[in-house]
Design a binder for this molecule. Structure first.
Ligand code: SF4
Ligand code: MG
Length: 318
């Protein structure tokens, strides 16, 4: 099959205080195909970053499996995990936080290569850093400067160059554009697309709103309170969303072209996002769902394919 990553019934719970449990990720399943971008979208606190970190093995799982290229990543030995990090890398929302301010750009980008002992000769390593800088739209003249001398968009480019240093095949991008100005967001997305085409990369692209995700994702999974609620191809998700939460998220996106008649009415969700310590019974979305029914309180909707390649968890479609 073409599956490079399989996330199977993944759960990640955290203990809070003495007796409480925070259900950050509560039984999520999806596959990512080689060469695609899979978008994972939802409000902050819905568990999407936790999924990214659990896939990377930065968190132990509570239950379920993460299979990467056929191997269960949570049963790796130390040595296997080390090798795995060459193949899967992460980029973060705030590139400055993830870049050491005392290191030059060259040191920042070369560090993963040092750790993995990639180049014996310094000169080869420096040449590689120069190439990486050029690949992300910077220049070799930037190599001896410090991260704080750069704009947010440039710093994200440095973060991307660092993530590419070990030639991974899979990149988890955790809100890589959320902290950037809208005009810069498109540039970074275009860079990620260019690099994907050149290198055959696969992306898991995490975001809190749907506006930019459409530009980059082949398929999108929508999360709410630790659960996937809808998953399909991005064009289908935009044109014919099924889940009431997806409808609300989409209605919040401004239509870029004023000539297109606004078909979607803005759906305002009332109420707070419930705590993942005390998630609602039945459907997780029921406390805010404009279409809530009696059954939604009693029974959790099943995650099922209602059409080809279109999965949803909602009693409206059962
Ligand atoms: Fe709304 Fe019920 Fe569907 Fe949940 S199951 S999204 S509460 S209609
Ligand atoms: Mg997050």
């Amino acid at each position: 099959s073409n599956k490079i990553l399989e996330v199977q019934q993944l759960k990640k719970y955290f203990s809070v205080g003495k007796k409480q449990t925070l259900q950050a990720v509560n039984g999520v399943s999806f596959d990512v195909e080689k060469g695609e971008t899979f978008g994972l979208v939802g409000e902050s606190g819905c568990g999407k970053s936790t999924i990214g970190r659990t896939i990377m093995g930065l968190y132990h799982k509570t239950a379920g499996n993460v299979i990467f290229k056929g191997d269960n990543i949570h049963s790796f030995t130390e040595k296997e995990r080390f090798a795995f990090y060459r193949d899967m890398q992460m980029i973060f929302q705030d590139p400055y936080a993830s870049l050491n301010p005392r290191s030059t750009v060259r040191e920042v980008i070369a560090e993963p290569m040092e750790v993995h002992g990639i180049y014996k000769k310094k000169r080869e390593q420096v040449e590689r850093v120069y190439r990486l800088l050029e690949e992300v739209g910077l220049s070799r003249d930037h190599a001896n400067r410090y991260p704080h001398e750069f704009s947010g968009g440039q710093r994200q480019r440095i973060g991307i160059a660092r993530a590419l240093a070990l030639e991974p095949s899979f990149i988890i991008a955790d809100e890589p554009i959320s902290a950037l100005d809208v005009s810069i967001q498109a540039q970074v997305v275009n860079l990620l697309k260019k690099l994907q085409a050149e290198k055959g990369l696969t992306y898991l692209f995490i975001a809190h709103d749907l506006s930019m995700v459409k530009q980059i994702s082949n398929r999108i999974g929508v999360m709410y309170l630790g659960n996937l609620v809808e998953l399909t191809e991005s064009t289908i998700l935009y044109d014919s969303p099924l889940h009431p939460y997806t409808e609300a998220l989409l209605s919040a996106i401004p239509i870029p072209d004023p000539d297109i008649e606004e078909k979607r009415e803005r759906i305002i969700l009332h109420g707070e996002l419930p705590s993942p310590i005390h998630p609602p019974t039945g459907c997780v979305f029921r406390t805010r769902c404009p279409k809530v029914m009696d059954i939604c309180k009693k029974q959790k909707p099943t995650w099922q394919a209602v059409k080809k390649n279109h999965y949803v968890a909602c009693h409206l479609y059962e």
